[in-house]
Design a protein around this ligand. Structure first.
Ligand code: FAD
Length: 322
């Protein structure tokens, strides 16, 4: 889950004779030998009236893949951090796989956020995704008393980590942040996005998860530019299954990115919803497949709590339950 976690897996597969080689050769060879695709599943806290049997199937079905971790979102619709904490508690009744909690500055004033971070650490959470959250419609900043940027939240979490140093003696918190292969909607230039990502790295982010994107090239270009700018943390691609054009467009609007014409044309040429689903899933599998072929070590799946779609996508990628 952290940089250390990823690299320890790599070094575990490297033979001792690599010690004779130039460091880059040994590292490159270890990367080539990496067999297993790291997997994480993003889940949304379910509504109170969610179908209990379906929820159980979802959790059991996803655990079967033995993901590296689950990530639980946080939003007004799901009761902010109460919803996140409740769902994490529910998950930990079923599995001891790690879970990271999404925390957004929009969830409340800084004191409330600090209390939530402590509460989540108390309940066993050892990883966070530090986010600003989306600004309310028409606003350009958050109210007084709120943290304004994800970087400030990172600093707050690291401060609370220091407070808890004795309790966390067996390991640090895993801290992740968001990044944007197609640019963040509010950023005037891609350079600002890169500067922000570098600040997040400097402030102790262990890894970043990308916003959804529609073309593999967008991620690969972004990853290359980030490396050239000095980003060294893993940039884990967030993959959204494209089950229909309407859904892709809606998720695009929520994320501030447009569905490219190529993708829209393919989806809209389908003659019925079944064909549209098939085309969309082929496009998603093609996108994820290109990333894996390019040597990307892991995928973060935006499951939207849909087990069947997640299973279908993974199966198209040749990833089966363990
Ligand atoms: P920031 O990194 O703070 O950036 C926000 C904007 O401010 C950017 O345009 C950035 O360039 C700019 N900026 C940052 N720092 C500075 C600075 N110091 N000076 C000037 N400009 C600056 N939202 C939720 O509400 N709940 C979730 O659970 C959730 N999960 C997500 C999961 C993933 C994997 C991703 C990628 C996004 C998720 N989001 C979630 C959405 C996210 O909150 C939004 O994309 C939000 O608009 C930006 O969050 P951020 O953490 O990237 O913000």
């Amino acid at each position: 889950m952290t940089e250390g976690h990823f690299s320890s897996r790599l070094s575990a597969s490297a033979p001792l004779d690599h010690l004779d080689e130039a460091p880059e050769d040994g590292a490159r060879r270890a990367v080539k030998r990496q067999q297993r695709t790291a997997l994480s599943f993003e889940l949304i806290p379910p509504r109170h009236d969610a179908d209990e049997a379906k929820l159980k199937d979802l959790i059991t079905g996803l655990i079967a893949y033995k993901p590296d971790y689950f990530a639980v979102t946080s939003s007004r619709r799901s009761g902010w951090l109460q919803g996140t904490a409740d769902f994490i508690a529910r998950l930990s009744e079923c599995t001891n796989l790690p879970t990271i909690a999404h925390l957004a500055c929009t969830a409340g004033p800084v004191d409330e956020l600090a209390d939530w971070i402590r509460t989540l650490i108390d309940s066993g959470v050892r990883g966070f995704l530090a986010l600003r959250g989306d600004l309310p419609e028409g606003e350009t900043s958050l109210p007084e008393g709120y943290l304004q940027y994800a970087t400030e939240l990172l600093t707050l979490i690291r401060e609370i980590e220091d407070e808890n140093a004795f309790r966390l003696a067996a390991g640090k918190l895993a801290l992740s942040v968001a990044c944007y292969p197609s640019g963040h909607a509010e950023s005037p230039t891609p350079d600002l996005d890169l500067d922000v990502l570098l600040s997040k790295q400097r402030l102790g982010a262990d890894f970043a998860i990308t916003q959804l994107f529609f073309e593999a090239e967008d991620y690969l270009r972004f990853a290359e530019q980030s490396r050239m700018a000095g980003v060294r943390i893993p940039l884990i691609p967030g993959i959204m299954p494209m089950t229909s054009l309407k859904r892709a467009q809606r998720m695009g609007v929520l994320s501030g990115i447009e569905v490219p014409q190529r993708v829209a044309d393919k989806l809209s040429a389908a003659s019925d919803p079944d064909e549209e689903y098939e085309v969309g899933m082929q496009l998603t599998a093609e996108l994820a497949g290109k990333l894996l072929d390019a040597g990307v070590g892991g995928l973060h799946i935006y499951t939207h709590n849909n087990l069947a779609v997640t299973q279908d996508l993974l199966s198209r990628l040749g990833i089966e339950p363990k």
